[in-house]
Design a protein around this ligand. Structure first.
Ligand code: IVH
Length: 684
């Protein structure tokens, strides 16, 4: 295939991945199995590798970052990648064959198989045997500093006896099931909400700013890798490394097993699920690693996965339950979604009592009936799904599931489009509520204190019927609502005023325009700069202005607005050309909402600075830290706190200390303030 054809295929694969990510993460209605998604991802990665596509230009689902505001991010010296997943015997064989092909036909297939703990990965840096720093995975390149949390929780050794130099150990922090249940009991007894599963609970706990609260909660870790050792000999084989860790007081998973050959590994993987319920913690698979770590560097990694190991995923747990009822949910665009109400059943860490059935054609395809015994699973261990009817469970008492003949909220007769039913009434109260909820949500206008319950109350009790109405609410009115005191009413009013200045991109993202999420909204706001310019273009585009269509969305190649092709453009611009939406925007402007483009976080990227990692140290003559940092970020750079080989520049001022000497030692470029300013001005 020609290069351009390959690029087109790559773009199609990326679009397909993006669609599935949106279905999975945003709408919680995946269409494909995890294994199929992974296969798609693999095809994309392989093709991207083949085309030599730079990391920065690749599609990412944008969900892989555990960073929490307020935590210091530190660059990982060795990136924290993830493992490629395998689901079948053939895939384990492929892995073994690949090892032999890359290393030697005679390679001993000596593996170490470890349970894959479902917790939170951590990098522990020890210097002279003392814990210096603990980092989360973050985005794989830089993680959050959770040293205090690790220290206080006591989940990993603070000292490694008989250890010199710098040793970085990787492992997984987890909350044992008992500790999780005890924590939940305590939460419930104090009127707080229970946490869904041990993994989320653990991740939440380890990001508590007040680290002392973690004492005595029973948080623990299993350690499983030595990522770096400088000035300390460590054994060559993984099984010996684990013994080395055990000898130093680290917890290593007791079911870790050394196995020879694919046959033995597969048999172990088949038999292991039996032991799962006997563990005091959740695991989501097994990790299969080549025992001889001397090969690891030679094998290297793809952009996402090291080649020395793979993760064997257990088939997701499927359990029977009864389908009691199907309720119809009205979405913000009027889409009617059938939702199964199930007898509660505990699966992979939490109780499932509802599952989206997506649409009525799906219900027919699965031949679901009310009262059926059904098998339920969690896709990706997260999203509940009804897998199939258990045919033997039919006893004649089952009743068919009718397609909706009226919108459950306003009674309007639904229209069917593609596979979906829609309520066509734009004034439908349920749609209005959903749209307002979305408008106020974090991803859109981020109106603090304006969650679903408040939206429900202002719609039903104060007659709010449009986004602009929200901004007209007065504290006296709000204070009259149930469970809203004078203070919260004041705060909500303040939050509304603050939200007025969020800018065009957030407003657009909040309007529930099909095909216009945050990223697209930002691209449009950036390109057009004001609502008026955007609306004018929308009208002309929708009216078929050929020159405009060609310039914004050329038939071949990319147009000026990233991600905007003809279909999306037509969908977004016709929505924006419609009188209803124009009115919504005019009303918002009238109540003082800023409809101009905000200064984006990234001002104008400066090539010399973009994607580079900076460390600031010491006092600069004129710029303070915050200002220097803001200017670097505005130019597209990153500011990290620790100096490593990955640091591009250290900006040093007066009385710079250890960071400066570290930079010198590692040969990292050092700048003074003038040097930084010159760099920032480089291509201005
Ligand atoms: S080895 C490239 N061993 O599973 C990462 N990982 O996708 C190599 N995990 O991010 C890690 N138990 O957080 C390894 N025994 C184990 C593990 C394990 C859990 C997690 C880890 C990693 C993910 C792999």
């Amino acid at each position: 295939m020609a290069q351009t054809d390959l690029m087109n295929t790559l773009a199609e694969l990326a679009a397909e991945l993006a669609r599935h990510d949106a279905l999975y993460y945003a709408q919680a209605t995946p269409e494909i199995e995890d294994a199929d998604y992974d296969a798609l991802r693999r095809r994309y990665d392989e093709l991207a590798d083949e085309l030599g596509l730079a990391e920065a230009d690749r599609y990412t689902s944008g969900v892989g970052d555990d960073h929490v505001d307020g935590f210091t991010t530190v660059a990982h010296v060795v990136p924290m990648l993830s493992l490629e997943k395998v689901y079948s015997r053939e895939e384990i064989e492929d892995f073994a064959n690949r090892l032999r092909r890359l290393l030697s036909d005679e390679l001993a297939l000596d593996f170490v198989v470890e349970p894959k703990i479902d917790g939170m990965s951590v990098a522990l840096w020890y210097e002279g045997g003392r814990l210096q720093r603990a980092l989360t995975r973050g985005n794989g390149r830089q993680g959050d500093d959770i040293t205090a949390q690790v220290r206080e929780s006591g989940c990993a050794p603070l000292e490694l006896p008989n250890t010199a130099g710098l040793v970085e150990i990787r492992g997984e922090i987890y909350l044992p099931r008992e500790a999780f249940l005890a924590l939940n009991e305590r939460l419930l007894s104090t009127g707080s909400k229970a946490l869904v599963n041990p993994r989320n609970a653990c991740a939440g706990l380890m990001k508590r700013k007040n680290a002392e609260e973690l004492r005595g909660l029973g948080i623990r870790s299993f350690l499983y890798a030595i990522a770096r050792a400088e000035g300390q000999e460590v054994p060559q084989y993984q099984h010996q490394r684990l013994q080395w860790l055990v000898a130093r007081g680290c917890q290593v998973h007791p079911d870790t097993t050394r196995l020879s050959g694919v046959e033995a590994v597969y048999a172990f993987a088949q038999a292991y699920p039996e032991r799962r319920s006997g563990l005091d913690h959740d695991i989501d698979g097994l990790v299969i690693k080549l025992n001889d770590t001397a090969w690891y560097d030679e094998l290297g990694a793809t952009s996402h996965h090291p080649r020395y190991g793979v993760a064997w995923k257990f088939p997701s747990e499927q359990l029977p339950t009864t389908l009691q009822e199907v309720i119809v949910q009205v979405g913000k665009s009027g889409k009617l979604t059938p939702v199964a109400v199930l007898d509660p059943v505990f699966i992979s860490g939490s109780t499932v009592s509802r599952a989206s059935l997506h649409n009525w054609s799906e219900i027919r395809r699965k031949d679901l009936q009310l009262g059926d015994r059904v098998l339920v699973q969690k896709a990706g261990e997260i999203i509940p799904q009804v897998v199939a009817v258990i045919a033997e469970g039919r006893d004649g008492s089952q009743r068919p599931i009718a397609e909706p003949s009226a919108c459950p909220s306003c009674g309007t007769t639904p229209v069917v489009q593609d596979l979906f039913h829609f309520c066509p009434n734009p004034a439908c109260p349920a749609q209005l509520r959903e749209r307002l909820r979305h408008f106020a949500s974090k991803g859109a206008m981020d109106i603090d204190g304006c969650g679903p319950a408040v939206i429900e109350a202002v719609v039903s009790q104060l007659g709010v019927a449009s986004p602009a109405d929200l901004f007209r609410l007065q504290p006296q009115q709000l204070a009259g609502l149930e469970r809203m005191g004078a203070k919260s009413a004041e705060n909500l009013r303040k939050a509304l005023d603050a939200a007025k200045g969020r800018g065009l991109a957030r407003v657009l993202a909040g309007l529930s325009i099909p095909n216009c999420g945050v990223v697209m909204a930002e691209a449009l706001a950036e390109h057009f700069g004001s609502a008026q310019a955007l609306l004018d273009t929308a009208q002309a585009y929708q009216a078929g202005d050929q020159a405009l269509v060609e310039s914004l969305t050329p038939k071949t190649g990319n147009g000026p607005i990233s991600g905007l092709g003809r279909t999306t453009a037509l969908s977004i611009f016709s929505a924006l050309a419609a009188p209803q939406l124009r009115q919504v925007l005019a009303d918002l402007e009238a109540v003082g909402v800023d409809l101009s483009q905000q200064q984006a976080a990234v001002g104008s990227r400066v090539a010399a600075v973009a994607d580079k990692a900076f460390v600031l140290t010491g006092t600069l003559p004129t710029l303070d830290r915050a200002e220097a940092s803001a200017r670097i970020k505005a130019a597209g750079g990153r500011v990290v706190s620790a100096v490593s080989k990955k640091t591009d520049y250290v900006v040093a001022g007066e009385s710079a200390g250890s960071k400066l000497s570290k930079a010198e030692q590692l040969g990292v470029s050092i700048l003074d303030e003038a040097g930084l300013l010159a760099l920032l001005a480089a291509d201005a």
